[in-house]
Write a protein that binds this ligand. Sequence first.
Ligand code: HEM
Ligand SMILES: *[C@@H]1O[C@H](CO)[C@@H](O)[C@H](O)[C@H]1NC(C)=O
Ligand SMILES: *[C@@H]1O[C@H](CO)[C@@H](O)[C@H](O)[C@H]1NC(C)=O
Length: 328
Amino acid sequence: MAHKKTLSSLFFQFLLLAFMCFFHNVNGDGLKVGFYEKTCPRVESIVQKITADKISLAPSLAAPLLRMHFHDCFVRGCDGSILIDSTKTNQAEKDGFPNLSLRGFQIIDAVKTAVEDACPGVVSCADILALVARDAIYQIKGPYWPVPLGRRDGKVSIASESATLPSPFANIAQLKAQFASKGLSVKDLVVLSGGHTVGTSHCSTIAIRLYNFTGKGDTDPSLDSEYVPYLKSKCKPTDTTTLLEMDPGSFGTFDESYYTNVLKRRGLFLSDSALLNDPETSDYVKLQAQSLGSTFLKDFQESMVKMGQVGVLTGSAGEIRRHCNMIN
Ligand code: HEM
Ligand SMILES: *[C@@H]1O[C@H](CO)[C@@H](O)[C@H](O)[C@H]1NC(C)=O
Ligand SMILES: *[C@@H]1O[C@H](CO)[C@@H](O)[C@H](O)[C@H]1NC(C)=O
């Protein structure tokens, strides 16, 4: 009898643990998958449909929308502050220096309009951005992750604060510290950097690495010397408009080939190549670059759920913005 009781209580504990693990993975502090189940049951299907329509017409917008979500989360938390326009008296985040090439704001606005039509004043712009980023990547056949919802919109957006975003010239110590300050691990850093498997960069972002690395007209020696002539042929020293594929040959495909590039010392930014300068991140790069049995897509889903919870406003904090580009 005692034996039976222990077994059943063990079983109960196991169930409880399994239950908690499930919700711990899927639900952030205060955020919840299905948050709008009662208040706006169709929100996810509305966002999904409009995003799919827009991205099927313009697949190259998927990458900048993912990046927009990252920029939102890293400045004041995922609170939609990246979406706010500057005013006469305030220069907003959007207009800070790293805004270079953020695109796709019109998709957020189109989705917001449709969601407001269905359920006025209910769904935050921060949640819409998190959903659109997920659905846009899925539309280009990338991974799919659950998006816990319930974020509220911030009322503050300051251009100078975008300077706190990681720089493409950051070294590994700086990158680790910046991710740690958002509650993200070294693994999250190397996994989320894999977002650079899609999209493009401006030549100007790597001009210094190519043409004047130490101020003596030299090239960064950490770049693959066989790759340099190609990059130089694409990017002349003062070119500010040409776009380079981040993951040449597969910049529209969400796969683990980013890590193959980094391992070959073909990562575009110092921050990409920096991943080789730490035992944990370089082990991960090597493992994924072997591609056989890559865990990248699954890891990316998990790290995106974590990134989407950084510094969120919940409960009665902030507001539900009526228009994503301005506070109410
Ligand atoms: C680890 C620190 C990171 C740094 C220093 C960094 C820096 C940059 C820079 C400089 C660009 C190119 C901008 C341009 O010249 O047009 C870029 C593009 C991009 N980044 Fe990152 N990034 C980082 C992390 C991330 C993360 C965590 C994600 C998402 C999970 C991400 C997603 C992207 C995407 C998708 C693009 C391409 C955007 C496009 O096609 O327009 N990045 N990043
Ligand atoms: C980026 O910011 C600069 C000012 O720093 C501004 O002139 C430019 O219009 C902004 N670009 C976008 C796409 O918002
Ligand atoms: C290279 O950098 C040095 C030092 O910062 C600077 O004086 C020089 O003008 C730069 N050269 C070019 C071509 O930009």
